[in-house]
Design a protein around this ligand. Sequence first.
Ligand code: SAM
Ligand code: SF4
Length: 479
Amino acid sequence: MSEPRKLYVKSFGCQMNVYDAQRMTDQLAREGYVETATPDDADLVILNTCHIREKAAEKVYSELGRLRKQQEELGRRTMVAVAGCVAQAEGAEIVKRAQGVDLVVGPQSYHRLPELLAEAESRGTHKRAKIVETEFPVEDKFDFLAPPSREAIARRGPTAFVTVQEGCDKFCTFCVVPYTRGAELSRPVGKILDEVRRLADGGVREVTLIGQNVNAYHGDDGHGRPAGLAELVRRVAEVPGIARIRYTTSHPRDMDEELIAAHREMPALMPYLHLPVQSGSNRILTAMNRKHDRELYFEIVARVRAARPDIAFSSDFIVGFPGESDEDFADTMDLVEKVGFAGAFSFKYSPRPGTPAATSDDQLPEDVKNERLYALQALLERQKQAFDQACRGRRLDILLEKPGRLPGQLIGRSPYLQSVVVLAPRAAIGSLAQVEVREVSTKSLAGDILGGEFFETQVPPSGGPRGEAGLRPAEKVEA
Ligand code: SAM
Ligand code: SF4
């Protein structure tokens, strides 16, 4: 019997790429590929790339250079494929710029990977034959992608991403997504439920429904009608074994009343909402073509908080968008002060080729962008720390996900996506535990288990397994 071929996938960027990487791995598992943790012994390397900011895109070329050097040193020639949004945006440019790339494949063609690889192989590596596949095919790739095996699901742990929607029709003036991922497309409810059932059978307890604009979801409900995200969440919550649901990334314009009501009515929907605002200035929001203003954002935050008082918010921010004045930036800081975030991602504006804002004459100097990013991140970090500190003494349900760094430790996630370190046996992985938070550090929380699915009785307050393993303060615990 021939040795299985080894596959190494390196993913850059967002959760959608994490999901895509898994689906490519599942697809190639059918062709006899097994995953390896390093490119050194791989027969096939896939770089699953991100084009959202210039830095992210440039990483691909340095990675390709590193790979090529490594191959020369090892004296072996590995098949190299570039997938993801850089593949879609730059296509044939990649094979011109970087040597040693055999295949360039855009996100809509992953289901064709086996045949594209076979074609590249049959042409022979000595010719350095290149295949570039960046069409938006008429068939839906999700109908052809192989599902993960039970073993793959179990290996990936009790949480999983499920893509329910791809692409975007919003065309924010800074963003490449509508060009790299194409028009908005929602998967039918039935297909998503099949996937979630399969994941739940394999031990998954928490699913995050993902899409570039996930709350614009409008998939076929099985009766020829479009279902909104709220309905999808309700159906997913009915799948036996699924205890927690999240969704990301949402657009403020698409937070409809039904979805807000779902937060009030469904305990399985986690009280943590990522709702990107990008800027607090109405002038900049208009220039960004965001289709919402700061007043609408405040209103949505208030309505969601009224529906689910324990909810926390996170957001995305861009500083230094073309023409952003000191007053505009002050409006962003003011919005942050007024809302209060438990977490956030913030970026310097990066001009992306082909997007309207990239050709604006009002580009800001790098030092202004740096200064604003620094100030914004300092404020967001203070808010995050304050939120985490306020969790001390709270009792939170933690989904135990994986072993911790020290013997006897497990790491789980709070409803607010905080890492929480507890002492518990490995067999408890995949169960929900009620935990009293005892310690808070910049990276993680630590707490004591009070009970939960796996723990029928309360853990003794001292001695026993907890005392023996000697849980260290959270400051010293690495998540
Ligand atoms: N669809 C989501 C939304 O509407 O907010 C965001 C998707 S995008 C993949 C993730 C984040 O990247 C955005 O929210 C934005 O903050 C950031 N981003 C996108 N384009 C950018 C650019 N040209 N420069 C800097 N940050 C950018
Ligand atoms: Fe990009 Fe999000 Fe705007 Fe769509 S809504 S264009 S994905 S930032």
